[in-house]
Design a protein around this ligand. Structure first.
Ligand SMILES: [Zn+2]
Length: 294
């Protein structure tokens, strides 16, 4: 089944909830970036979270980015989603060796290390909005929970999981985000806390064959769930030779002139999808001409 996110409310609007099934997207990222298992799990969690935030954006052209910088061997991760939960992302060090807490449990917190989580929302204003917190555990879900509490004063529960198979492919991936509105009654808060405290890992539930709807029902048991809709989630990179050309123009005349003189060609790689774009000397010369007009 293709990746998707279900959006719901519960307890007469006191709760909003999202549950994502994201195996294909994370597997695509793994293959494109040749991610090691711990990098797959870390970037996968970030991609799931970013896609959930993406489907919550208000306007068509809005973008949301989550960036993690840490002093662990992964160094950092970045993921961006548009308003249709089309995500892309990369790990700063995609080939970090296996790190386990115990056999079969990848140690993402240690791979990320100490650092920061930054959320950037580009909603078409002159400057994008950015909020930053120090990492709590580097496990990403806990860090995001802290972010929502600290930066948005919204009590939240976040669960993110990626289960990597013995052949290193993605066996399961998904996540949830549940947020409480400020006026949520205490019995609703207590019930939700209880449900979440008893919830197994989301990837274990998925591995048992539970669907996003069934997981949502478990999270919001006894809280009168109303499913609003289901939206697709997918991997998508919008890079193109045209966009890369614009980036080259923005290098400026001097830098372009130097490229033509010294290299006689250029080869640019997209960080997000590893697509390489080649530019011949002739192409660079016409780009330089374009830059000189500015
Ligand atoms: Zn790309």
């Amino acid at each position: 089944m293709s990746d998707r996110i279900i959006r719901a409310t519960a307890a007469h609007g006191a709760i909003r909830a999202f549950v994502a099934e994201s195996k294909e997207t994370v597997e695509t990222a793994r293959k494109l970036h040749q991610l090691s298992p711990v990098a797959t799990a870390a970037l996968g969690r970030l991609l799931v979270a970013t896609a959930i935030l993406g489907c919550d954006l208000k306007n068509e052209t809005d973008l949301v980015t989550l960036q993690i910088k840490g002093d662990g061997p992964l160094q950092g991760l970045l993921a961006t989603s548009d308003s249709h939960s089309r995500v892309k992302g990369y790990a700063f060090c995609p080939d970090v060796a296996l790190m386990e807490q115990y056999k079969g449990k990848l140690d993402i917190g240690r791979a990320v290390g100490k650092g920061t989580l930054t959320l950037i929302k580009d909603i078409g204003l002159k400057e994008p909005y950015a909020g930053q917190i120090p990492l709590i555990s580097g496990e990403i879900a806990e860090d995001l929970t802290y972010y929502f509490a600290k930066s948005e004063q919204t009590p939240s529960a976040v669960g993110l999981g990626v289960l990597v198979d013995t052949d290193e492919s993605v066996r399961q991936a998904g996540g949830f985000l549940v947020q409480l509105m400020p006026d949520a009654p205490e019995e609703v808060v207590n019930r939700l806390e209880e449900n979440i405290a008893h919830l197994p890992y989301i990837t274990d539930l998925m591995d048992m064959g539970k669907t996003a709807e069934e997981i949502l029902a478990m999270i919001l048991e006894g809280l009168e769930v109303e499913v609003n809709d289901t939206v697709p989630m997918s991997w998508y990179c919008n890079c193109s030779k045209e966009r890369v050309t614009k980036a080259l123009i923005s290098l400026g005349k001097e830098e372009l002139g130097r490229l033509i003189e010294e290299d006689g060609k250029a080869e640019l790689k997209c960080h997000f999808c590893n697509q390489t774009y080649f530019f011949s000397k002739e192409e660079l010369e016409s780009i330089l001409e374009e830059a000189q007009k500015k």
